[in-house]
Design a protein around this ligand. Sequence first.
Ligand code: ATP
Ligand code: MG
Length: 332
Amino acid sequence: KPRLYSGMQPTNDSLHVGNYIGALVQWRKMQEEYDAFFSVVDLHAISVPQDPKELREKTRRTAAQYIAAGIEPEKSTLYVQSHVPAHAQLAWVLGSITGFGEANRMTQFKDKSSRYGSDATNVALFTYPILMASDILLYQTDAVPVGDDQRQHVELTRTLAERFNSRFGETFVVPEATIPADSARIYDLQEPTSKMSKSGESPQGILWLFDEPKAMQKKIMRAVTDNDGIVAFDREAKPGVSNLMAIYSSLTGATPTQVTAEFDGRGYGDFKKAVAEAVIAELEPVRARALELLDDPAELDRLLAVNAARATEVADATLADVYEKVGFLARR
Ligand code: ATP
Ligand code: MG
C-alpha cells in the first residue's frame, strides 16, 4: 500500500467543520487505500505560545476527535508527534540542507509572524516548514492530504527530499500533495471571505465539533448571506450562500446544481434550516463519540502509546539511514 501522512495542530479544544470537511472526511476515505499515518502535531503547536496544562488536554481532545470522525487506530497509525523523537532529530539534519533565504520565503511564517510581532515570534515558527518536511519524509510518504494553505510547505518538502537524495544517495520518497477540491475549503460564517480557523477569533462564525446542536443551529441561521434570495453557487458574488452550499453539498453529496433546484423559490430561511439539519445529523454522533472517548483518558493514552510504537519503528529506520548517510559515527 502507498503511504500517507497528515496531521493537525492541537491549538484548540475543538476542531471545526472546516477541519472536518477539508481534512478528516478525506482522511477517513483515504485510510482504506493507504498505509496512513495521522499525527497530532504538538511540536508544531508550540511554535505559538501554549499553556502547558491546556496543551496536554487539547492533544487528547484532538486525538479523540480523529477517532470519533472515523480514523481507526487499528487500521491507521494515529499518534502524538512528540512521542516519536525522530521528528525533531531529522528536522535538525534537514535544517542543514535548507537555505536561509529559502525558508524565509514561506508565506505562513510571514502571515503568522506579522500577527504576533517580531519579538513575540519565536524561531520555531520560522523552522516550522523544516519540521513538517521531517514529519512527511520520515515515513517515506507518497501522499500528503492537506489544505491549499499548506501547498508551499509540501513543495519545500519535495525540494529537500530531492536535494538530500542527490547529495547523499537515494534515501527519501518524494511526496505529492493531495489538495481537495475547492468545495472542501470552508469559510467563516460571519466573514465568508476568510477561512474558518482554529485560532480565529469569530465566536459566531466558527462551527466547532464540540458545539451543542442548538448553538450550531443558531450560528447557521445567523450566517451572513445576501439580498437576492437565490440559492446559487458563486464564490465571488455570493460568498456566504456559496459557503453554506459547500457545507451542505459535502455532507449530503448533492451537487450545487441539485441544491439550487431543491431550494428554487424557497427562501434562505428554509435553506439554512436544511443546512443546520445536515450539519447536526453528521456531527452530533461525532461529538457524542468524542466525549465518550474522553471519559476514559487512560484507554485513549494506551491507544496512542501502541500507535506511537508503530510509528517509531518506521521513523527510526529512516533516521538511522539518514545518520549513516550524512556521516555520523555509529554508536556500537
Ligand atoms: P490554526 O489556526 O491553528 O492554524 P487550522 O484551522 O488552520 O488551525 P490546522 O491544524 O492548521 O488547522 O490544519 C489542519 C488541517 O485542516 C489542514 O489539512 C488544513 O489544510 C485543514 N483546514 C484548516 N482550515 C480549513 C478550512 N477552513 N477548510 C478546509 N480545510 C481546512
Ligand atoms: Mg492552519
